[in-house]
Design a protein around this ligand. Structure first.
Ligand SMILES: [Zn+2]
Length: 117
């Protein structure tokens, strides 16, 4: 048996859907005149508190961008995704090595993925 049906690339793209969905929840929690699509020509977007989440979600982490991204770019995005997940306020005092919550479980799996396991 081959070790995986999916390439590393596909697994990274799949893993990125987790931070993307967290960003999505964060961003769509508020009313947005731009319908949660970051637009750099709109002043409300440039002043928005959720600019990073929205920009990442609608541009960098969009499915089409991920499909077009290079392998090293995907690694960088996954590292950013890990930072984003580990800084979630509800994970403040978690120990990701042993915690059973979704965030920490994702962090463990993703760390293993980046390590090539
Ligand atoms: Zn946890």
């Amino acid at each position: 048996m081959s070790e995986s049906v999916f390439s590393e690339r596909e697994r990274i793209i799949a893993a990125l859907s987790y931070p993307r969905s967290l960003m999505e929840q964060e961003v769509t929690r508020r009313q947005c005149p731009e319908h949660h699509r970051y637009n750099d020509r709109v002043e409300a977007c440039r002043e928005c508190l959720y600019i990073l989440e929205c920009q990442a979600r609608s541009e960098q982490l969009a499915e089409a961008s991920l499909q077009a991204a290079s392998g090293s770019r995907l690694h960088t995005l996954l590292q950013l995704g890990m930072e984003y997940v580990s800084y979630q306020p509800e994970c403040y005092d978690h120990r990701p090595e042993e915690c059973a919550c979704d965030h920490c479980g994702w962090l463990r799996r993703t760390r293993a993925l980046l390590a090539g396991d």
